[in-house]
Write a protein that binds this ligand. Structure first.
Ligand code: AMP
Length: 326
């Protein structure tokens, strides 16, 4: 790699649900900011979803949902490579190659596989092998860095292991050994104060209508201090969410109003709704424009896939030559 060139950062997006505010502040916004400092690629991991999604219409719909979501959040296809995993067949070829270099025991220690077993499920081989597919996604693209949250560094370990092992056997430079790029991202609370998560039913979905958005803001759990009581902003769900969206000055002003008393949690919730609506209204409009135009989404993803396949074909050419598939 030319050390003077920008490093390549690759982000995978699992098409399982329309994002919520936690996904936006915790994953989407930090990933999109990398465009300023890196060559970036974003792919929709549709074959990963096949380990669990069995309804073809739902799978097709989820892919369009996440494509429209990321575009609505500001992904600019002219500045990044945005593609569907399934449009890059080299990923699956590399996945097979990688499978010949991993001990089955290492896959059996994978978190998702172990979780499924612990829940008493009989996981399919896709769940066992999904870390290999993830490694192939990354390695086929010669990614230098993969953005991860602070607690997810180990997700990349198998990928790094495999690349290092293959380089040891076939020579340095066969594969690029990627590094984790730890992104600073806040932990976003849900309306009940616990971590916002689809499975907990406490989310603020990104593109809901403004009435529903207001209703959700007003339903945020607070304690029942009287209106006149001075209140502590820090640690309250309303304020923590407000701080993510509002300017530092607006956040300071709310903190002072709460501390002074005579300003209730209801007022704070209304203010939260207003800043959220200002942020989300334009994104909601863009989302519905894209979501109602699958032809345009297909066109954007197809264009991205052409560029992704060029990179992937070069990687496979190099790998095949080194391993003796000629
Ligand atoms: P998930 O919705 O569980 O598929 O999450 C996808 C990604 O969104 C995670 O890997 C996190 O980076 C981010 N994320 C999800 N929920 C939150 C949250 N409550 N706060 C911050 N980041 C989150």
């Amino acid at each position: 790699m030319n050390v003077f060139a920008m490093r390549t950062a690759l982000t995978g997006i699992k098409p399982t649900h329309v994002p919520h505010l936690g996904n936006y502040f915790g994953a989407i916004r930090p990933a999109l900011r990398l465009v300023e400092s890196h060559r970036t690629a974003f792919f929709i991991a549709d074959y990963h979803a096949l380990t669990t999604v069995r309804d073809p219409n739902a799978l097709r719909g989820y892919v369009y949902d996440v494509a429209a979501s990321w575009l609505a959040c500001g992904l600019d296809p002219a500045r990044t490579i945005f593609y569907r995993q399934s449009d890059v067949p080299q990923v699956f070829e590399l996945s097979w190659i990688l499978s010949c270099f991993v001990a089955t025991g290492q896959l059996e220690r994978g978190v998702s596989y172990k979780d499924a077993l612990a829940k008493g499920e009989s996981p399919n081989a896709g769940i066992l092998c999904y870390p290999l597919l993830m490694a192939a996604d990354i390695l086929v693209f010669d990614a230098d860095v993969v953005p991860v949250g602070a607690d997810q560094k180990q997700h990349l370990e198998l990928t790094r292991d495999l690349a290092t092992r293959i380089n040891h056997v076939y020579g340095e430079g066969t594969l690029v050994v990627p590094e984790p790029l730890v992104t600073e991202a806040p932990l976003v609370p849900g309306i009940d104060g616990q971590k916002m998560s689809k499975s907990k039913g406490n989310t603020i979905p990104l593109f809901i209508g403004s009435k529903q958005l207001r209703k959700l803001c007003l339903s945020i759990v607070t304690n029942s201090e009287p209106l006149e009581a001075p209140k502590v902003a820090q640690g309250s769900t309303v304020y923590e969410l407000f701080k993510l969206v509002a300017s530092p000055e607006e956040a300071k002003a709310m903190e002072e109003k709460l501390a002074r008393g005579g300003y209730g949690w209801g007022h704070a919730k209304e203010e939260l709704y207003e800043v959220l609506e200002a942020l989300l209204a334009p994104m909601r409009d863009r989302f519905s424009q894209f979501r109602n135009d699958p032809g345009e989404l297909d066109r954007i993803l197809k264009q991205g896939a052409e560029r992704a396949r060029e990179v992937a074909a070069q990687t496979l050419e190099r790998v095949r030559a080194r391993i003796g598939i000629r």
